[in-house]
Design a protein around this ligand. Structure first.
Ligand SMILES: C[S@@+](CC[C@H](N)C(=O)[O-])C[C@H]1O[C@@H](n2cnc3c(N)ncnc32)[C@H](O)[C@@H]1O
Length: 262
């Protein structure tokens, strides 16, 4: 494998200008005060006011700043320097205080020396982790005693499916996969080309690495809807704006959420 971090960082920097103009991220509404948090995390992660919150893999920080608007004292971390520059700019522009750090998640202990009440991460993060065991160690490292880790994420079951909803991949194959498919999840026809390196973890991997770090799993929830057009042509939006499969005979988990405490 080539230098996966350099390749992934380059790709993430290149998609920032596309994402910031996308309908999915809807930056204009966010600037006017709309939260970018979806109903799952908004309803499951309440009581953030006055708490310190570390957002791992925060992209350009709209969710981080949405938690700050709810009163959390936030720190967002991401590998992509263009994402972090934009996050800092947004924080100033909307006058919502936040700390943003550009770092590889595994190198974070070298640049951040604090512990947090809440660690949050969401939607499209596990596939970028070269080691899920090290990820859990990072979570444990930055979590205070009595603190809470929360993730809402694409369900690993969907990793076996291609964008055109065919069973193509192996659930138990961890990768890395070299991906050079064009476009990005906000626009599959966007002129983005480049190789990324991705991994795949099972739902038991996620649970077991956290247990190994002595975190106590409070719940694992699975959902039959998702937040973006993951399988174009096969999905439709319901009245709540959630993406569900058009074929109602098919019922598979599309998202999961998990809460663990220390
Ligand atoms: C799909 S996005 C996260 C989505 C976020 N919930 C949102 O909606 O904006 C994944 C993020 O992970 C970041 N990332 C990828 N590899 C990383 C690493 N090794 N360390 C830190 N961040 C990383 C990318 O730069 C990207 O911003």
């Amino acid at each position: 494998m080539k230098d996966y971090l350099t390749a992934n960082k380059k790709w993430w920097n290149e998609v920032v200008p596309i994402h910031l103009r996308s309908k999915l991220y809807d930056l204009p509404s966010f600037k006017k005060g709309k939260s970018t948090l979806f109903s799952i995390e908004s309803e499951e992660l309440v009581d953030v006011r006055g708490k310190t919150l570390l957002h791992l893999m925060c992209h350009f920080g709209m969710d981080t700043l949405s938690w700050a608007r709810k009163g959390a004292i936030v720190t967002g971390v991401d590998l992509s320097d263009d994402s972090i520059s934009l996050a800092k700019k947004l924080s100033k522009e909307i006058a919502v205080p936040a700390t943003f750090i550009c770092s590889d998640i595994y190198e974070l202990p070298k640049v951040l020396d604090r512990k947090f009440d809440i660690i949050f991460t969401s939607y499209g993060v596990l596939l970028w982790l070269s080691s899920i065991k090290k990820w859990a160690k990072i979570i444990n490292h930055f979590l205070k005693e009595g603190g809470m880790f929360y993730i809402v994420e694409l369900h690993p079951f969907t990793n076996i499916l291609s964008n055109d909803f065919k069973i193509v991949y192996k659930y138990f194959d961890k990768g890395p996969y070299e991906d050079d498919s064009p476009g990005t999840y906000t626009d599959w026809s966007a002129p983005i080309k480049g190789v990324t390196y991705q991994w795949s973890y099972t739902i038991s991997d996620v649970i077991n690495v956290l247990i190994k770090e002595n975190l106590k799993i409070q719940y694992l929830h699975e959902f039959p809807f998702t937040m973006y057009d993951q399988f174009p042509g096969f999905m439709e939006q319901n009245e709540k704006g959630q993406y569900v499969l058009k074929d109602k005979k098919i019922q598979i988990p599309l998202l999961f959420s998990l809460k663990a405490t220390k």
